[in-house]
Design a protein around this ligand. Structure first.
Ligand code: MG
Length: 412
């Protein structure tokens, strides 16, 4: 008998379980072994539990604590589970037809992208995650990667490129990129916190160098925030929107979400409390810069590095490209690069790659006319598609074309 999910905590618990199951299935799929039917039954059970959450219309209702309820949109979690179950039960052709039901231009956009990129032998593949190769989800902690998505991306990384990098602004761990990915180790380099920390293909962790004093200060801040947000009256802030994220060199604390789950006056008092805490740790304001988006409070460590010579500027994904190129190293100058993103914050990544190899191709997942025109001005060889599923399906098809031509070459 299925226990209904009533609280946000239980919801996250089940989503984390789906991550472990999906990782296991992806590993089995990539080794062409038989998938355990118990794992598929368990994923089906989680889907049924999600669909059984009380709702009005499309908005699901979960308890935040003993008295408060939160409205949540579970489109991502439910759709991706449905797609995974379909993927595991049908042929690839049928699955692509199923993806078409989510986007009318799916087929023509996939065909065009494959046609454009076919024949280019990319040395490097660098991509943003959310909204680019992964469908967008409002809550980071439950944006668990799908099995089909991991299979498509891993096949592309294995067959088509020498280096594959996921580059995101979210943190690496607790809760970060590594907690929601279901690709087995070895396929991708995971670069998080805008590239200031990464895990390489041997699972070793690396960091952008910062001064010990600064490292000590951010550690003190994170410890104090952790203690504060464990108190029952503040726990809700870890469960809404961005939650509490410890990025390398930057900490994010949610104070509100899109459904305004927190009373605006309470949210303001909470914001002032965080500001006071930061002032206590950094009375001269020499270590941190605060940014309030209304939803999140960003506490950013000011890092003394080359970017300071150009004036005051935060570390961006363009700086990440230069750091990763030397630190991994990627040897970007040695061959064509494919760089994918979906927002303006991804453009510096494309521009920086272009400065290292003139054979740079960019795919932007967007329908925003302003962003398209900005991208065209800043980058050469830009292609635009309207959804992450189009991009990952095209990459998968390109990996099949590559392995076919490899087979022909070997046979010939
Ligand atoms: Mg994105």
């Amino acid at each position: 008998m299925n226990q209904p999910i009533l609280t946000l905590q239980k919801f996250y618990y089940q989503m984390n379980r789906s991550r472990d199951i999906r990782l296991r299935i992806t590993q089995t799929w990539l080794c062409a072994q038989e998938i355990d039917s118990a794992d598929i039954s368990e994923l089906t059970r989680i889907l049924l539990q999600l669909e059984a959450i009380p709702r009005s219309d499309k908005t699901y209702k979960l308890y935040l604590d003993e008295t408060r309820m939160i409205d949540v949109d579970l489109t991502y979690e439910i759709d991706e589970l449905k797609k995974d179950l379909f993927f595991l039960a049908h042929s690839m052709e049928e699955f692509e037809q199923y993806l078409m039901t989510f986007c009318p231009t799916f087929q023509s956009e996939v065909t065009e992208l494959v046609h454009t990129l076919q024949g280019i032998s990319f040395h490097t593949f660098i991509t943003d995650r959310d909204g680019t190769v992964n469908n967008y989800c409002g809550r980071y902690a439950s944006s668990i990667q799908s099995i089909y998505n991991a299979v498509f991306l891993c096949q592309y990384a294995k067959t088509n490129v020498n280096h594959a990098v996921i580059l995101t602004s979210a943190p690496l761990k607790d809760i970060g990129l590594m907690d929601i990915s279901v690709s087995p180790p070895g396929y991708y380099i995971y670069a998080a916190s805008k590239g200031r920390e990464y895990v390489d293909t041997t699972n070793a962790e690396h960091h952008f160098p910062i001064h010990p004093d600064q490292a000590h200060k951010i550690e003190e801040l994170n410890q104090r925030l952790n203690i504060l947000l464990k108190r029952p009256e503040y726990e809700a802030y870890t469960l809404i929107g961005s939650g509490l994220q410890f990025k390398f060199g930057q900490t994010t604390v949610a104070r509100q979400d899109i459904s305004e789950s927190i009373d605006p006056r309470e949210s303001l008092v909470f914001k002032q409390m965080i500001e006071n805490l930061v002032r206590e740790i950094d009375p001269q304001g020499q270590y941190f810069r605060l940014e309030d988006t209304g939803k999140d409070i960003e506490i950013i460590l000011t890092i003394q590095d080359d970017t300071q010579k150009k004036g005051v500027k935060d570390f961006d994904k363009g700086d990440a490209i230069h750091f990763l190129d030397q630190d991994i190293p990627l040897y970007l100058s040695q061959g064509p690069a494919l760089v994918c993103g979906d927002t303006a914050s991804d453009l510096p990544m494309m521009v920086a790659t272009q400065s290292l190899t003139n054979e740079t191709w960019g795919v932007l997942v967007t329908t925003d006319a302003d962003l398209i025109s900005r991208a065209k001005k800043q980058c050469n060889n830009m292609i635009f598609v309207s959804s992450p599923d189009i991009l990952v399906t095209a990459l998968y098809q390109l990996s099949n074309l590559s392995s076919e031509s490899l087979k022909k070459y070997k046979a010939g």
